[in-house]
Design a protein around this ligand. Structure first.
Ligand SMILES: Nc1ncnc2c1ncn2[C@@H]1O[C@H](COP(=O)(O)OP(=O)(O)O)[C@@H](O)[C@H]1O
Ligand SMILES: [Mg+2]
Length: 190
C-alpha cells in the first residue's frame, strides 16, 4: 500500500464533514485529533490504510468501547466510520476536558477518592471481560479539581477469551498494580 501524505485537517473533513478540526493531540501513526461539533469537543482517532498496526489498534479500541458502553470513567464511543478512501479505521470518542497526569510535575494532591474511582472503573472493565488496560500517565486525564479520573485510551486492551495461557487473576493484579504505580509516581495519593 502506497502512503500518500494528506494534512490531518483534510483527512478529518473527509471522514466527517460535520466536524471542525481543532488540532493534533499526538505525533504517532495512529492520528489522534481534537475536533468540535456544535460547541462540543471530541477525539477523532484514525489510521491510514498503509498502517496495519494503527488499524488494529483502533479496531481493538472500537470493540472495547462497544463492550464498555456503560462503564463510567472512560471516554465513550460516539461514532464509527467505514469506507473512507485511504483510511483503514476511524472512531469518534468523547473528549475529556482536564489535565494530564505528569510524572515529573508531582502535584502532591492527596486524594484517595480519585484512586477508588479509578479502581472501580478498572474493575468494571474486568467484569466485562476487558483486561490489560495499559494504565499509565499518558492514558489518564484528571479533572481540573482533581476529583475525577478518566481513562482516555483503551486501544491495547485484551479480551478475556484471548488469554490462552495466562491466568486472568494475574492480569487483574497487574492492572491494579499499574494504578498503584501511577499514583505513587505522580504522588496523586498516599
Ligand atoms: N478523549 C480524550 N480526552 C482528552 N484527551 C485526549 C483524549 N484522547 C486523547 N487525548 C490526548 O491525546 C493523547 C494521545 O491519545 P491516545 O488515544 O492515548 O493515543 P495513542 O494511541 O497515541 O496512545 C493522550 O495522551 C491525551 O493527551
Ligand atoms: Mg495512549
Amino acid at each position: 500500500m502506497r502512503y500518500v501524505f494528506e494534512p490531518r485537517k483534510a483527512v478529518v473533513e473527509r471522514i466527517d464533514s460535520s466536524l471542525n478540526y481543532l488540532g493534533a493531540l499526538n505525533p504517532s501513526s495512529v492520528h489522534v485529533n481534537k475536533v468540535e461539533r456544535d460547541g462540543r469537543s471530541y477525539t477523532l482517532k484514525y489510521a491510514k490504510e498503509a498502517f496495519g498496526w494503527g488499524i488494529d489498534h483502533i479496531s481493538r479500541e472500537r470493540e472495547v468501547l462497544l463492550r464498555a458502553g456503560d462503564v463510567l470513567g472512560i471516554t465513550h464511543l460516539v461514532q464509527d466510520y467505514e469506507g473512507v478512501e485511504g483510511v483503514g479505521a476511524a472512531i469518534l470518542k468523547e473528549f475529556y476536558e482536564g489535565r494530564m497526569v505528569r510524572e515529573d510535575e508531582t502535584p502532591m494532591v492527596y486524594n484517595t477518592q480519585l484512586k477508588k474511582q479509578l479502581t472501580q472503573t478498572v474493575s468494571a472493565l474486568h467484569s466485562r471481560g476487558i483486561f490489560s488496560v495499559d494504565l499509565h500517565s499518558a492514558n489518564v486525564v484528571i479533572s481540573a479539581d482533581f476529583s475525577e479520573a478518566c481513562i482516555i485510551d483503551l486501544g491495547t486492551c485484551v479480551f478475556a477469551e484471548d488469554f490462552k495461557y495466562t491466568s486472568l487473576d494475574d492480569v487483574k493484579h497487574h492492572d491494579m498494580k499499574d494504578i498503584d504505580t501511577l499514583f505513587r509516581r505522580c504522588r496523586l495519593s498516599f
